[in-house]
Design a protein around this ligand. Sequence first.
Ligand code: AMP
Length: 113
Amino acid sequence: MAEKTIFEKIVSGELPSKKVLENEKFLAFYDIAPKAPVHILAIPKVCIKDFDCADSKLLGELCGFAQEVVKKVGLDKSGYRIITNIGVDGGQEVPHLHLHILGGAKLKFPSLA
Ligand code: AMP
C-alpha cells in the first residue's frame, strides 16, 4: 500500500491542522507556511494526485467548496487568488490535489521563472 500523503494524515487526524471548513468530501485548513496573510488549502479527503488526475465532477465540487470557504473567511468581499500546482514544473510538493486560496492583501502576480 502506498505511503499516506501529509494531507491524508491531516484528514485522518494523525497530523494536526487548523480547520476552516469540512464536509463529507472536502476539507479546508490553514497552510502551515503561509505565502499571503490568508492562505488556506482546500483538498478532497480522498487522495487524488493532482488536477490532471481529477474528473470534472470532482473539480466542480471542489470549486464549489472553495467558494464556501472564501465566504466563510470573508475573502469574497476583498478578492483572492486560487492556485493549484501540478507536477515538477508546477512546483507541486504534496502529491494530493489541493487548491491554494490566497488573500488578505493586494497580491503581486509572480514572475514566470
Ligand atoms: P504545493 O507546493 O502546491 O504542493 O503546496 C503544498 C503546501 O502544503 C505548501 O504551501 C506547504 O506549506 C503546505 N503544507 C505542508 N505541510 C503542511 C501541514 N502539515 N499543514 C498545513 N500545510 C502544509
